[in-house]
Design a protein around this ligand. Structure first.
Ligand code: THU
Length: 145
């Protein structure tokens, strides 16, 4: 666990939003439902769910759905994301850490040292890591400048 730079109330709020967003998950192939709630530096929240596809590879993760919604609305600075994932109609027993592709998308728009990734089973059961912890030595825009 890292030091909580996001207030407790906001953590609970983001988790609640991620749980709600998960309800829209379109995942008929895996039955694994994921919801995410992304907090901008300005305090706005963009939610997302995973969206699967019969051809499999076009599937989009919940985290990227949230990021792409936000970026397409002109937002580029983010402080935190809450993620909730688990099999449909089952109790959530594991933390759904973001996949490698989603970590790389986070790397594009977030400061690895400060961006907080909140993985939750419920409003009271969660872990928080920075992007740096989940993607050490990540490749980003700075490498191309
Ligand atoms: N999934 C996410 O939404 N986020 C992740 O970080 C990992 C995986 C989705 C993709 C797919 O619809 C389902 O979970 C099973 O992989």
């Amino acid at each position: 666990m890292v030091e909580h730079v996001i207030e407790q109330d906001m953590i609970a709020h983001l988790i609640e939003k991620a749980i709600q967003a998960r309800e829209a998950s379109y995942s008929p192939y895996s039955n694994y439902q994921v919801g995410a709630a992304l907090l901008t530096e300005g305090g706005e929240i963009f939610t997302g769910c995973n969206i699967e596809n019969a051809a499999y590879s076009p599937t989009n993760c919940a985290e990227r759905t949230a990021f792409f919604k936000a970026v397409s609305e002109g937002k580029r600075k983010f402080s935190a994301i809450a993620i909730v994932g688990g099999t449909k109609n089952e109790e959530i027993t594991q933390y759904a850490y973001p996949c490698g592709v989603c970590r790389q998308v986070m790397m594009e728009f977030c400061d690895p040292q400060t961006f907080q990734i909140i993985v939750a089973k419920s409003k009271n059961e969660y872990e928080i890591k920075t992007l740096l912890q989940l993607l050490p030595d990540g490749f980003g825009a700075a490498n191309l400048s």
